[in-house]
Design a protein around this ligand. Structure first.
Ligand code: NAD
Length: 391
């Protein structure tokens, strides 16, 4: 029986496992994942602010995976592609006939001095919880210290994660002010972005709506301000420095370090794959999700890395593994975006939807859409019971 080894149970890996188990019961499918749970990475900001608990955005892998999929909870150390073996931290190496490398993302610091030590990334449940604990402790500390920097929060970057974090932060702030008896007028929130535009993936009117919404809730934006260093309590740019005792580091992500450690030809731990998502000269190996760089066959440019694309890649990777096993020809990956949604707290947001036309939406109408997107993602990765439990 041919064996398929899937590394990582994020959007890409979990979806591939589910499809292979359903359509190819003759394959032995094994998933290796660091944690016994899957987390919805697009909702980490909610845990980091404190509007949601980890249990709301996670579900058990054993429960979500079909019974015929083996699950190993361990950390992948290295892929030995010549031996077709994967080295794990605590188990014996695993051999494979087909490999799906979907190890996901890590925080990107771009080598900026002090970013790793002094910024709070939002990349998984432990880091989101650490950011929340830090924020709550620092705000509470103001009552002892009377240090104005305890009431200052800086969000680095103005991409998706930063804006969604800010949206939940301004929504939840009144509750925190109340809880810790804080002077509301002394709270200061700054967002520092290298590029001239906030939320570059949205059209200007929607990005403007997000900016105005957040500004009207107390956020100050500093665009065209590349961060050059972070010292404890201070974010430095070429022209100014900004003080705050909470510094959220959400300036982008790179692929898993295992990619570089395994000697792949990579850039920022991402492997440029072929149009059918396999790796050049390794036809039995598929790299998908945030560890891949996938060319759009129409433009030649790389697709962005999002949960929606990771799930779409999984559909093609699973189909292509089945095709290889059956000796059929492979399908190329082509992505048709359904749209993009950016929340501004639980009930507001901006969205660009590409279904039955091109819809630009903003305001409270986006709240339910974001919820639909989240529910759809859980449904595609697990089952209706898990989806209902996560509500
Ligand atoms: P991002 O790349 O979307 O945004 C990072 C921002 O930080 C960019 O605007 C960049 O210019 C800025 N930046 C980088 N270096 C900087 C510096 N030195 N100083 C100041 N600003 C700097 O990254 P993200 O928000 O972490 O998201 C990561 C990935 O996850 C993206 O691909 C995103 O599309 C995806 N994501 C999607 C959703 C969603 O679909 N709702 C939510 C969260 C994340």
């Amino acid at each position: 029986m041919a064996s398929v080894l899937i590394l990582g149970a994020g959007y890409a890996g979990l979806r591939t496992a589910k499809l292979l188990a359903k359509h190819s019961p003759q394959l032995t499918v094994t998933v290796v994942n660091k944690n016994a749970y899957h987390y919805e990475s697009t909702q980490l900001h909610e845990v980091a602010v404190g509007t949601r608990e980890p249990a709301d955005i996670t579900f058990s892998l054993r429960q979500a995976l079909p019974k015929n999929v083996d699950l190993i909870i361990d950390e992948v150390v290295k892929v030995d592609r010549e031996k077709q073996q994967v080295e794990l931290a605590h188990h014996e190496p695993l051999s494979y006939d087909y490999l799906v490398n979907s190890l996901g993302f890590e925080s990107e610091t771009f080598g900026i001095p002090g970013a790793e030590e002094n910024g709070l990334p939002l990349i998984d449940i432990p880091t989101a919880l650490a950011a929340r604990e830090h924020l709550e402790k620092t705000l509470a500390h103001f009552n002892e210290s009377h240090d104005p920097n305890d009431l200052r929060i800086i969000v680095c970057g103005a991409g998706f994660t930063s804006i969604e974090y800010l949206g939940d932060l301004v929504y939840h702030l009144p509750a925190l002010i109340n809880q810790y008896h804080l002077p509301a007028d002394q709270i200061k929130i700054d967002c520092i972005e290298a590029m001239p535009k906030v939320l570059p993936m949205f059209s200007q009117d929607l990005a403007d709506y997000a900016v105005h919404y957040l500004e009207s809730h107390g956020v100050t934006f500093h665009t065209s301000t590349p961060i050059t260093a972070i010292n404890p309590g201070v974010v430095e740019s070429k022209e100014s420095s900004f003080k705050a005792n909470t510094i959220i580091w959400t300036t982008g992500v790179k692929g898993s370090h295992v990619i570089a450690d395994s000697g792949y030809d990579q850039k920022r731990n991402r492997v440029v794959v072929q149009n059918n998502l396999s790796v050049k000269d390794h036809p039995n190996e598929f790299v998908i999700g945030d560890v891949s760089a996938v060319p759009d066959p129409d433009t030649g440019r790389m697709y962005p890395t999002t949960g929606q694309i990771a799930i779409a890649q999984a559909d093609v990777a699973a189909r292509n593994i089945r095709a290889l096993v059956a000796g059929r020809s492979l399908t190329d990956f082509k992505f048709h975006s359904l749209g993009t949604v950016c929340s501004l707290g639980p009930t507001n947001g901006v969205a660009e939807i590409f279904m039955m036309g091109h819809w630009k939406l903003k305001g409270h109408v986006v709240g339910p859409i974001k919820k639909l997107v989240n529910d759809r993602s859980v449904l595609e990765l697990s089952d209706i019971k898990t989806m209902l439990e996560s509500n």
